[in-house]
Design a protein around this ligand. Structure first.
Ligand SMILES: Nc1ncnc2c1ncn2[C@@H]1O[C@H](COP(=O)(O)OP(=O)(O)OP(=O)(O)O)[C@@H](O)[C@H]1O
Length: 262
């Protein structure tokens, strides 16, 4: 059964752009990448799925319930989203931030429980933040700060984790580390991972399925092997590519901008 699905979502962002009749689903334990050119609606779609935006038409179902009528705390227990731009928090420490992720699970009366503290420490260690746990966020590098936000999202222990370009600002080793961490959470906890990625080769390597957006619509979806075709790259990304299919996942070499694009 799908743990998260969208049915015929429509959302007018402006006079010039809208999400048009998008339907999709994510099964429990799937790893899905959303790819597409700049401005194709990837972040908007993710925000609709996380209830940060309200669709003008259609609905989002989370764990069998209409997300629009779920309580905030109930949603936060099942779904966590890491947005592209994090708010600037100044003197809050990493541990404080991660503990904040326990909020949906904590009770107002009993405060922070032993379990909250244990999960906080688990999330800190899963993201290799032990030595940075008492540092204020403002003192961290971009990559370290990104890991701190991921730790906070993990502390929610969601069934579904949505990530909008989680590898932005990270060097290549940290990019792979974040993607490996997603694999690990997926494998060990059966967490459903839905992420917007710009690096198509990384998307192919770290996903079971890819969703391709173009001009506010989903134009292709399926396993990387089926989605990554020369025609798709030419019509959606306006590039010509060479595709290697012999690996466990396909790999592209961009060759040139497609004829007639420049
Ligand atoms: N607050 C806003 N008001 C008006 N238009 C907006 C707003 N936010 C986004 N848009 C427009 O909506 C369209 C889709 O934006 P969105 O951020 O969803 O695309 P994206 O595929 O995630 O892009 P990118 O790859 O550049 O991050 C763009 O044309 C963008 O300019």
């Amino acid at each position: 059964m799908a743990v998260l699905s969208a049915e015929q979502l429509c959302f007018d962002m402006s006079q010039h752009f809208g999400i048009k009749d998008v339907s999709l689903y994510a099964e429990q334990g799937e790893r899905i990448s959303i790819i597409g050119p700049n401005g194709s609606g990837k972040s908007t779609l993710l925000k609709l799925m996380a209830r940060l935006l309200k669709p003008h038409q259609g609905l989002v179902m989370l764990d069998g319930k209409d997300i629009a009528v779920m309580k905030g705390r109930e949603t936060a227990k099942a779904l966590s989203m890491l947005t592209q731009i994090q708010p600037q928090l100044t003197d809050m420490t990493v541990r404080d931030l991660v503990q904040y992720g326990r909020h949906p699970h904590s009770s107002m009366l009993s405060g922070t429980s032993r379990e909250d503290r244990a999960v906080t420490e688990w999330a800190i260690s899963a993201t290799r933040m032990e030595t940075l746990a008492d540092r204020p966020l403002e003192s961290l590098s971009g990559g370290e700060r990104q890991r701190a936000w991921i730790a906070m999202a993990l502390a929610q222990q969601p069934k579904v984790l949505l990530l909008d370009e989680p590898t932005t600002y990270l060097d290549i080793a940290n990019q792979l580390e974040v993607l490996e961490l997603m694999n690990q959470l997926n494998g060990q906890m059966n967490m459903t991972i839905v992420m917007v990625l710009h690096d198509i080769n990384q998307a192919a390597q770290y996903s079971d399925r890819m969703i391709v957006m173009h001009d506010g619509s989903v134009v292709h979806h399926g396993p990387p092997r089926d989605v990554m075709t020369p025609d798709m790259f030419e019509s959606v990304f306006r590039i010509r590519v060479r595709i290697h299919q012999e690996e466990a996942y396909p790999y592209i070499f961009p060759l040139a901008v497609a004829a007639g694009t420049l």
